[in-house]
Design a protein around this ligand. Structure first.
Ligand SMILES: [Zn+2]
Length: 210
């Protein structure tokens, strides 16, 4: 199926709202949602709901648009040779994803570090990589590993560290109702396997500038 998302990096850098959708997909997903509304006991023809199936279809396409993007290509588009070999840390990257078990949102922050080994990458590309993997159906554990593995394989640095902290609405809103619990996952390669380097990273992401 042809997808209508802009694959050109410039068009979507800076989180410009994507309002181009695959019309065939929108129509098919919307038809299913009209039926779901009925099954839930709603009247899909009442005024507040008439456009809901189409809105949901578009929202879902946006929330899963990471499937149409290649994170390694985004990284490679801004790789530069550079001798800098100290830790580079990008912290407090916003994460919005959806759990694949309940299709409910989970959201929070990611902190990413790497130690260059001949190449650095444009700093805005790290949040882009996080976003590309987050905009799919996910589990937080896999999201964390995918970010690490993509940076590790593409940039081939001396090490990569990723920490993700998220609240899961499937935990907050259903059954368990532990409303304030935050799930933390982490993944490390190379130098970050050593305790001293890893502790330095953890110190940097918990320190505030103030
Ligand atoms: Zn869930």
């Amino acid at each position: 199926m042809e997808n209508n998302f802009p694959l050109n990096e410039e068009e979507i850098d800076g989180y410009v709202k994507i309002d181009r959708y695959n019309p065939e997909k929108v129509a098919r997903i919307a038809a299913h949602y009209a039926e779901i509304l009925e099954l839930l006991g709603e009247d899909p023809s009442r005024s507040g709901l008439v456009k809901t199936p189409e809105r949901v279809a578009k929202a879902l396409q946006f929330l899963t648009h990471g499937y149409d993007l290649d994170a390694a290509t985004v990284l490679r588009s801004a790789m530069f040779e550079e001798e800098y070999s100290q830790m580079v840390v990008v912290k407090d990257i916003e994460v919005y994803s959806m759990c694949e078990h309940h299709m409910l949102p989970f959201f929070g922050k990611a902190h990413v570090a790497y130690i260059p080994n001949g190449h650095i990458v444009g700093l805005s590309k790290i949040p882009r990589v996080v976003d590309i993997f987050a905009r799919r159906l996910q589990v937080q554990e896999r999201l964390t590993n995918e970010i690490r593995d993509c940076i590790h394989k593409t940039l081939q640095p001396a090490g990569v560290a990723v920490v993700v902290e998220c609240k899961h609405l499937c935990m907050c809103m259903r059954g368990v109702q532990k409303q304030n619990s935050v799930t933390t996952t982490s993944a490390f390669t190379g130098e970050f396997v050593h305790e001293r380097t890893r502790n330095e990273f953890l110190r940097l992401i918990t320190a505030s500038l103030g």
